[in-house]
Design a protein around this ligand. Structure first.
Ligand code: C2E
Ligand code: SIN
Ligand code: SIN
Ligand code: FE
Length: 368
């Protein structure tokens, strides 16, 4: 075991040497004959304990201990007063100033003095051990918190990755070369910004979590997974029966999302996704599917997605149609004002249509 260090401070050389000889066998001892010398020595080395004489010329023991306790670096070193003044008044003063003990002079026989010092060093060790344990606990807690944060982040990443993959699967099935989902998300974002700027439908959208809104929109066509290739990828016009089949993708989408909902506790994201899936083909005049909802019965999410979705279907090639120009597309959407689409949203779309065009130029599929 490491030897402990003790500083003895006393102006009387006889006392110094008596105490020294009692302790030097077991401890590294440094003797100092004034408070000033002690303070200087403390700048170089921290003892485990200080034996401090009270009655000294120059700077007395009380002044010295005040200085030691006032300095953060030295405040925790235990100090034992060693003095001939053994009235209880000065003992009390020494203890209130932060001394851990008070040993009268002449010092007790070496073995008693050793014992007494040993006890204080032991207490000091235990204090340190407790402090170490406390620090370790704090560190442990911090680590735990970091782990939870990391885990949460990776779960969110996983969620995003699975989501993106599901959306891409739909895109591939649809024989669309990609970018459709990314673009519709950007279109929605343009509409949303424009609405916020104009405080349009603000009481509805202020309740939305925008990140969830944009992420969940990606799944609006997930129901197409359940539609046969022969219909989905038919190069020409669908028969009425085939179109009835394809219309089911809205309900299928909702069912698929419901299925995920039952298997997880994370609900709000799926809530949004379900609304997108089941309402994006409703029409303002009630002629849409699957429910034939009318006007503001159609959730705002569905009304927004209708514009974003149709815009993209029109400006790109589909297995069954060639791409229209941006201008022609704007015309078609405008002609659906109040029949297919929410008239207020069509007006808004026309104002920001240039931004739609920009996004489409920026993100294009490989076979365009
Ligand atoms: P989609 O290709 O993503 O089209 C989404 C929506 O864009 C369509 O919903 C429709 O409202 C609009 N849209 C697409 N092309 C045109 C167009 O040439 N003119 C006009 N005015 N609007 C258009 P809708 O009609 O409910 O169709 C849903 C999905 O059914 C389509 O998604 C597509 O996957 C499929 N589909 C629709 N019609 C045909 C078709 O004639 N042939 C094939 N193979 N699939 C079709
Ligand atoms: C929604 O948040 O989409 C439902 C509220 C509405 O559109 O009326
Ligand atoms: C795309 O979605 O990026 C391209 C669509 C298409 O080429 O039909
Ligand atoms: Fe759809």
């Amino acid at each position: 075991m490491d030897r402990k260090t003790i500083f003895i401070v006393d102006d009387d050389p006889t006392n110094l040497s008596t105490t020294l000889s009692a302790l030097e066998e077991r401890y590294d001892v440094l003797t100092l004959n004034s408070g000033k010398k002690l303070l200087a020595a403390l700048k170089k080395k921290m003892p485990n304990l200080i034996l401090l004489d009270v009655e000294m010329p120059d700077m007395n023991g009380y002044e010295v201990i005040r200085t030691i306790k006032a300095d953060k670096a030295t405040a925790n070193i235990p100090v034992i007063f060693l003095t001939a003044k053994s009235d209880s008044e000065s003992e009390f003063e020494g203890l209130t100033l932060g001394a851990v003990d008070y040993i009268p002079k002449p010092p007790p026989p070496p073995r008693l003095l050793q014992k007494r010092i040993e006890v204080h060093l032991l207490v000091e060790d235990q204090k340190k051990e407790l402090l170490d344990q406390k620090m370790e606990l704090i560190k442990f807690n911090q680590n735990l918190q970091q782990m939870v944060e990391k885990k949460t982040k990776s779960v969110l990443e996983l969620q995003r990755a699975i989501l993106k993959t599901m959306a891409e699967l739909v895109e591939y099935r649809d024989d669309i070369t990609g970018g459709h989902i990314e673009r519709t998300t950007r279109y929605l974002s343009i509409l949303l910004d424009a609405m916020l700027e104009r405080k349009m439908y603000i009481d509805i959208i202020s309740k939305w979590d925008i990140t969830l809104f944009l992420q969940s929109a990606q799944l609006h066509d997930v129901g197409k997974i359940a539609i046969r290739d022969s219909i989905l990828q038919k190069p020409g016009k669908l028969t009425p029966e085939e179109f009835e089949e394809i219309k089911k993708h809205a309900i299928f989408g909702e069912m698929i999302i419901d299925k995920i909902k039952k298997r997880t506790t994370e609900q709000s994201f799926l809530e949004y996704a379900g609304i997108f899936a089941v309402t994006h083909h409703e029409k303002w005049d009630g002629s849409g599917y699957p429910k034939g909802l009318q006007g503001e019965e159609i959730p705002l999410k569905g009304r927004l997605m209708a514009i974003a979705d149709v815009y993209d279907a029109l400006v790109t090639d589909r297995p069954y149609k060639k791409a229209f120009t941006h201008e022609k597309t704007v015309e078609i959407i405008e002609s659906g004002r109040g029949t297919h689409f929410d008239p207020a949203l069509v007006d808004l779309f026309i104002e920001v249509a240039d931004q739609f065009d920009k996004v489409h130029q920026e993100i294009t599929g490989s076979n365009e």
